[in-house]
Design a protein around this ligand. Structure first.
Ligand SMILES: [Mn+2]
Length: 423
């Protein structure tokens, strides 16, 4: 963790400016009938999970360029997650990936407690081989070979078992199964095998657990993917039962797809379970949330704020990105704050006015009313929420002043660059 004196010193440099900015914004919002302190409370209540694997430098199919002081173990990763939450106060939970993060659950719980962290959804991995008897080269839960499917099912059940000891309440299943050639697989039979496997996993869910089905249009399979879009994901969730929900990864759609509309439809179906936030320009680019299309992120949150109070709507929010050219801690902090920003901006939309304009078919004013939320600079609200919860007014400035990366680089083993690999 970062010395609290470092944070206090960094905050002292800008706290007077923040107080003035907050007061000025408060006055402007009051003219719109909005109480700034209520909005600030919403910012304080916000939380998004950090993926453990996001703390390491990512890569592409071509290469990976490791940074200094990369985490070597899950405990190093948790240390980094602790720093992210300490400074932003927006990431109270961590999402683990098995088998990458396997360790004694008692040790994981003890470590998380010292860092004020909890564990969010578990993630299984049947998209790469990690030494098991059967290979996932040609698929996992939908594999033509029953023994390979059984191994993949068993792995998911093990993830639940580990997660249950960590206080997790959900399992996210994403598979790389699909095909690279037309004719390579029978698409119908492949999906049926997938469903049958998912039903076996579903049977192993504790009463208070949920299972999330995550779709992805392409990659690693480049012709067809078993769970390729939200339609297949919804089919799966509906076939499995009440504890099965759909997870929307913002990068897993075809270009230009209207993601906020998918969000609305899944809410209507009572099957929206959560998100993997990231951003993209072309495909599943796994870029930092809010850096390419901040308005799209806002529109997704607009749907979520609009649906607040819907019975059964209980969403798991997680970041899922690959940080190839930045310090992952800095990217994760910025991303968490961008997601928080969109959530807070969406809360500023005058919903009564918007509904009236919609009912009057006043397209121009409806659009302008929506955008008024997006155009409001809520940074003073986010910063004040951080300051009042012992975080940093400017997390990047405080992080750089702390020298944390250099300190851990002196202790952690040097990682050499080399071959490709997405994560
Ligand atoms: Mn994802």
């Amino acid at each position: 963790m970062i010395n609290t004196d470092v944070i206090a010193k960094a905050n002292a440099l800008v706290s007077a400016d923040l107080a003035r900015d907050y007061a000025a914004l408060g006055e402007r919002l009051a003219r719109r009938g909005v109480n700034i302190d209520t909005v600030k409370d919403r910012a304080k209540a916000f939380g998004v999970a950090v993926p453990s694997w996001g703390t390491g430098t990512g890569g592409t199919r071509f290469a990976r360029f490791p940074g200094h002081g990369e985490p070597a173990t899950i405990f190093d990763k948790l240390d980094d997650c602790g720093v992210i939450h300490q400074l932003t106060q927006a990431t109270p939970t961590v999402s683990l990936h098995i088998p990458w993060d396997k360790a004694d659950p008692a040790d994981l719980n003890a470590k998380a407690q010292t860092l004020n962290l909890r564990f969010d959804a578990m993630n299984s991995n049947t998209f790469s081989d990690t030494g098991d008897e059967h290979s996932y080269k040609f698929g996992s839960l939908s594999h033509t070979d029953g023994a390979t499917r059984a191994q993949a099912i068993e792995h998911n059940l093990e993830c639940i078992e580990i997660g249950a000891q960590l206080g997790s309440k959900a399992l996210t299943v994403w598979i790389g199964d699909g095909a690279n050639f037309p004719g390579q697989t029978h698409m119908g039979r492949q999906f049926e095998r997938y469903l049958a496997s998912m039903k076996e996993i579903y049977k192993g869910l504790p009463e208070d657990w949920r299972i999330f089905s995550e779709h992805k249009i392409y990659e690693p399979a480049f012709y067809s993917t078993v769970v390729q879009d939200w339609g297949t994901s919804l089919l799966t969730a509906q076939e499995l039962g009440d504890k099965a929900m759909c997870l929307v990864d913002l990068g897993h759609h075809a270009p230009n797809v209207n993601i906020e509309m998918i969000v609305s439809r899944l809410i209507h179906a009572g099957k929206l379970g959560g998100f993997h936030f990231n951003d993209s320009k072309y495909g599943d680019d796994d870029l930092d949330a809010g850096t390419i299309e901040p308005y799209r992120l806002f529109l997704v949150w607009n749907e979520l704020v609009d649906a607040e109070g819907t019975p059964g709507l209980d969403l798991a929010h997680m970041i899922d990105q690959s940080h190839n050219v930045t310090d992952p801690i800095e990217s994760l902090m910025i991303s968490a704050m961008e997601i928080q920003r969109a959530a807070v901006q969406a809360a500023l939309v005058d919903r009564a006015a918007l509904a009236a304009y919609q009912d009057d078919n006043d397209a121009l004013m409806a659009s302008a009313t929506l955008r008024a939320g997006f155009r409001t600079d809520v940074e003073p609200i986010l910063a004040m929420a951080r300051l009042e919860t012992s975080g940093a007014i400017d997390p990047i400035m405080a992080y750089r002043a702390s020298g944390y990366r250099a300190q851990v680089a002196a202790k952690r083993p040097v990682v050499k660059g080399g071959g490709g690999g997405i994560v």
